[in-house]
Design a protein around this ligand. Sequence first.
Ligand code: PEP
Ligand code: MN
Length: 295
Amino acid sequence: MRESWQERFAETPDVLLGARHQRTIVPVLDFAVGGDEFVTMAGPCSVETERQLMATAYHVLGAGARVLRGGAFKPRTSPYSFHGLGLEGLKLLAKAREATGLAVVTEVMSECDVQMVAEYADILQIGSRSMENYTLLEAAARSGRPILLKRGMVATIADYLHSAQVILSNGNPHVILCERGIRTFETAMRNTFDAAGIALLKEVTHLPVIADPSHASGHRDLVPALARIGVAAGADGLIVEVHPDPDKAWSDGEQSLDFAEFDAMMDDLAPWIALREHTWGRRHTAGARALEAVG
Ligand code: PEP
Ligand code: MN
């Protein structure tokens, strides 16, 4: 007999969608991730200057984003690259939230920084390179803040679910999953976008799933197409890198959209998002009925 997803991922029972766990909706300020609203998170890879951050925050707000992203602590492949403004960056993010009403998501890299980052951020981001750092996951979980858990670049879906399980087991139900591309033999793009992974995660888990087309592709001209694919695969939202002048960005400029490109992407996505909202209600009602039937 065919192995069910429940059997295949039996080691991580708390993340699985089933009679015991209906859809998780993560509340953030005055909205929610994983509900009927498609949530866009956007902003620079790194917080650089007040001018850069404020201009980006106002712009992405105007184009429909709900969450401002921006790294204050940056994990970088090279030890010689810019590693972020640290506390100063967190303060700028908080200032941008105050000015715009956008929620803030930012990465925390070390368990020693969890308390400080949680003071300034509405959502704590666990980066791809930290996905299996269970000490960090435990500390982040205990902060009580929602966690944006990015998939490790060499993590299988089972590995990924283990990490989500660690957060749930530490008393924090508010986990948002994020597919950001995985390493494969393909080298033309920075990573390989695992759209099927999004569909699978939506099928087997009750957690919200968002797509990161920026890190998945590494090229700004591919970002709108991957965003569209993410919506079609069933993602609940997006996290996208946007910069006022991408060629001068201190990190990830080659994959960052400028303001006009971000506007165009959001316009192009509108009909796809409307389609998602149309089917969302139906899928969720059908899902709820199926769950009732299994008890
Ligand atoms: C980022 O969001 O800028 C980042 C470093 O992402 P990832 O952890 O997915 O590489
Ligand atoms: Mn980045």
